[in-house]
Write a protein that binds this ligand. Structure first.
Ligand SMILES: Cc1cc2nc3c(=O)[nH]c(=O)nc-3n(C[C@H](O)[C@H](O)[C@H](O)COP(=O)(O)OP(=O)(O)OC[C@H]3O[C@@H](n4cnc5c(N)ncnc54)[C@H](O)[C@@H]3O)c2cc1C
Length: 459
């Protein structure tokens, strides 16, 4: 290990971004510093104030905290405060144009620990008291560990020219710009920032992940109405809309969050089109009209992973680096923050340490699994785009005659929607000839037999 490239007493860590990636890194860095008996200074830079309502104070997301993350947070002593929790989720309602079914945790009787939150301090027009922001809660948690939160944006930074030298970080606005040195800079700046391009232009090999623009909005509804209609279920839609990859309505306390992810960039029109769909309208109160103005945002989601997200004294994590495709981004940020912080404290802060201790294992964990995810999503797209097939799938889950098939499909869909288990595990379970023949109403074995029969007849 290069002695210059290790963290020691007095080392300075600058984290760019106060979203989950930045807070989780700060949490683990504080923990590993304490375990190593060294005193380091940790600063998180973010200009965004999560006390504000609406998109300005929000890191724009559906706000579903997965069960795996909930459990991991508890293990770390981070117990999400009740004031952040908008709703405890028990199931997912899979809704087609004609049918719907509520999916449950595959273990009968198990109540999943899934909760919904607001990332910022709630929708633009909300009138609650206090601050309910999940991201702010995480920042307060690390502040209590001694991490300093600086309300400023990082404009730029310059990596060490000579091995061992610190990184120069420039922050502040034009007139109040100032420069300081850091022994480690952590890029937790997400994908909705120009910082990705800046880092890509530094020439050490970083390439940001590809992204698509998603569309979301918050709709205010009567609390009792949400309770009666949505209950504690997240609604996921298969409406045969080819432009959409994923569409959901997530219930909160007084709002529902509508969340659309497309194959390509989405716009407000896609949102209006979705809200206008008869199946969606049926879920809304009678005479409900799309409001003229509502809290909405267009935010990016990564669809590939970054290349070379590390250099000497610099590491990128969270959305700007590598995460699980289309699912549980906050959980990925947690896992990657843990791996990169562990590497920084145990193996040092050189590019080589980050490559071996963080990025290679991260790719083994996520990149390969995402390939299975892509295959599963394609199968799901195929079924969802065919009205007959998707209805058949719902009927099979509802069936009381064939309980085995019902619970197998429930498990596959549950795991796809919650991200509870790796995509590979879901893929292996789905590769079941009996299940395929039931779902597609097609028997692969007899098809193969027929084909080989035809073939031998020809010969
Ligand atoms: C539509 C949508 C729905 C989603 N739903 C869910 C969900 O339900 N559950 C889930 O787990 N994940 C969800 N995600 C994914 C989740 O939002 C991300 O994975 C997660 O926010 C990534 O955290 P991060 O810290 O890497 O980045 P971010 O949360 O984007 O945080 C980055 C922070 O960096 C700050 N920043 C940027 N540039 C600078 C700079 N130059 N200086 C200082 N600060 C800077 C920003 O202000 C921001 O606060 C969703 C994503 C989208 C797009």
């Amino acid at each position: 290990m290069n002695n210059n490239l290790i963290l020691k007493n007095g080392s300075r860590i600058a984290i760019i971004g106060g979203g989950p990636g930045g807070s989780f890194f700060a949490h683990f860095a504080s923990r590993y510093a304490k375990e190593a008996g060294i005193d380091v200074s940790i600063k998180i830079f973010d200009k965004k104030s999560f006390c504000q309502r609406g998109p300005r104070g929000c890191n724009m997301c559906a706000g579903v905290i997965s069960e795996n993350l909930f459990n991991s947070l508890e293990e770390e002593g981070i117990n999400i405060a009740d004031f952040c929790v908008q709703r405890k989720i028990e199931g997912y309602c899979f809704q087609t144009q004609d049918e719907s079914v509520v999916l449950h945790h595959p273990i009968p009787g198990h109540i999943p620990k899934i909760v919904t939150v607001f990332r910022g301090n709630g929708p633009l027009q909300s009138e609650h008291e206090g601050n309910v922001s999940f991201d702010d809660y995480l920042l307060n948690h690390v502040r209590a560990q001694g991490v300093e939160i600086i309300s400023d944006m990082v404009k730029d930074f310059r990596l060490s020219v000579r091995k061992g030298e610190p990184v120069k970080v420039i922050c502040g606005e034009r007139n109040s710009e100032h420069e300081f040195e850091a022994d480690l800079v952590v890029g937790a700046f997400g994908v909705n920032t120009g910082m990705m391009e800046k880092v890509a232009n530094m020439g050490f090999g970083y390439r940001p992940p590809k992204t698509v623009r998603t569309c979301q909005c918050e709709i205010i509804l009567n609390r009792e109405y949400i309770e009666e209609t949505f209950g504690n279920n997240i609604f996921v839609f298969a409406l045969g809309k080819s432009e959409l990859k994923f569409a959901s309505i997530t219930p909160k306390a007084d709002y529902v969050t509508v969340n659309l992810v497309g194959r390509k960039d989405l716009t407000r029109n896609n949102l209006v089109d979705f809200l206008d769909h008869p199946t969606v309208k049926k879920l809304m109160p009678a005479k409900w009209r799309i409001p003229n103005s509502f809290c909405m945002c267009i935010s990016k989601i990564p669809i590939t992973y970054a290349k070379h997200p590390y250099a000497d004294r610099f590491v990128v994590l969270g959305d700007a680096s590598i995460s699980r495709s289309y699912k549980s981004g906050i959980e990925s940020a947690f896992n990657m923050a843990k791996m990169s912080a562990y590497t920084a404290f145990k193996n040092g802060v050189s590019a080589k340490s980050f490559m071996n201790g963080y990025f290679k294992p991260a790719k083994r964990l996520l990149a390969r699994d995402n390939l299975y995810g892509i295959m599963m999503l394609k199968i799901n797209d195929y079924i969802s785009s065919n009205r007959q097939l998707v209805n058949r799938q719902v009927k099979l889950v509802k069936s009381t005659d064939d309980v085995k098939t019902a619970s197998q499909i429930n498990e596959i869909l549950w795991n796809m929607l919650t991200g509870n288990v790796p995509y590979k595990e879901i893929f292996v379970k789905a590769l079941n000839l009996r299940l395929i023949s039931k779902t597609l109403s097609f028997n692969p074995l007899s098809w193969i037999r027929k084909k080989s029969g035809n073939y031998s007849n020809v010969n």
